[in-house]
Write a protein that binds this ligand. Structure first.
Ligand code: VTB
Length: 322
């Protein structure tokens, strides 16, 4: 995406983060999500583009805003949009690290309409393409990442969502001697962080939301990292009916390993995340003396860049605090 479009969408992510952060630590994840969603929708509608939600808050009948298929903007260039307005609603509600507002944008028709179910995922940073695979045993993937990074397996840090279904996976990683960073929520962060050296996360493994997989794939593809997924309807309480539906409507073989090129069918995609709570990748929203500062990460295919952007919004009488 060209830089002017990126700046417009960055502004959307920032506005959503500022709205969500008012709910940091307030124990109300619904209110936080709603605030982020409303702010995001309203900011998208200011943009001179023809945006279309491909990944959003749900189907039209269950989500009043940012529903799948919703059209946004004032008209212009046709753009596919994937959003999770508040990725990690619990993280925000309980003021835990790495709640983010997340957006991926790509030319129309290029983002996969992923079914709202689970996906097994593997993500790793640059250099790991062709070395790790969603179907390879965990120990093999850890060994490959250790080799690429030039460090012993014992120093590889694997991020995994803390869920009962991951017991076997966690045991397998423990057996290799590698480190594990367990996270309560927020696997878009976990996957993207593999490509951001200062986070200390080298590999992401495990199952989380399929829509979140498309968001992470957009970021990792943009900067030459690796992401692969495999849909899993069996974890989902409504999996059987969702599988039936996906069999009829999906644009892909729903049982196949999904590559970044299947999830994001363009070399023009970009991923933007703005911090809501503080985290290892970006800081959360801070409001000091009336000036509000946000921190964001942008991964853009167009110029193969990763940008960290700190924005301070001045209000009357406020001073900038860097
Ligand atoms: C997943 C993960 C998300 O919620 O969707 C998870 O991808 C829900 O998983 O990042 P469970 O149903 O097992 O709780 C997040 O962690 C946060 O939205």
């Amino acid at each position: 995406m060209d830089i002017s479009r990126i700046m417009q969408v960055l502004n959307v992510a920032e506005k959503a983060a500022i709205a969500a952060a008012k709910w940091n630590g307030k124990g109300d994840k619904k209110a936080a999500d709603q605030a982020a969603t409303e702010a995001m929708r309203s900011a998208f509608n200011q943009i001179d583009f023809s945006g279309r939600i491909v990944i959003g808050e749900g189907e039209r009948d269950e989500a009043p805003m940012l529903y799948i298929g919703e059209e946004l903007g004032r008209g212009g260039e046709a753009i596919d949009i994937a959003v999770d307005p508040l990725e990690g609603t619990n993280l925000c509600a309980y003021n835990r690290p790495n709640a983010l507002t997340t957006i991926a944008i790509a030319p129309k028709g290029s983002l996969l309409f992923a079914p709202d179910t689970y996906m097994w995922k593997i993500a790793a940073g640059a250099g790991c393409a062709g070395r790790v695979h969603i179907d390879a045993p965990p120990a093999q993937n850890v060994a490959a990442v250790a080799d690429v990074l030039g460090k012993p397996v014992a120093e590889v840090n694997v991020c995994i969502l803390l869920r009962d279904r991951h017991k076997e996976l966690i045991d397998a990683i423990r057996a290799t001697g590698a480190r594990i960073r367990l996270i309560d929520d927020g696997d878009v962060f976990g996957a993207i962080a593999t490509a951001v050296p200062d986070t200390g996360i080298d590999l992401y493994l495990g199952s989380g939301g399929a829509p979140e997989g498309v968001l992470a794939a957009a970021g990792l593809k943009a900067i030459g990292g690796v992401f692969m997924g495999r849909l899993d309807f069996s974890i989902d309480p409504h999996g059987a009916e969702k599988r039936e539906r996906a069999l009829k409507t999906a644009e892909i073989d729903i049982d196949a390993p999904l590559t970044m090129d299947m999830l994001v069918r363009s070399d023009e995609a970009a991923f933007i995340a703005c911090g809501v709570t503080d985290g290892e990748m970006v800081s959360g929203v801070s409001d000091i003396g009336g000036s509000i500062t946000t921190s964001s990460i942008i991964m853009n295919s167009y110029d193969k860049t990763v940008r960290f952007v700190r924005t301070t919004r001045m209000h009357e009488g406020s001073k900038i605090h860097f």
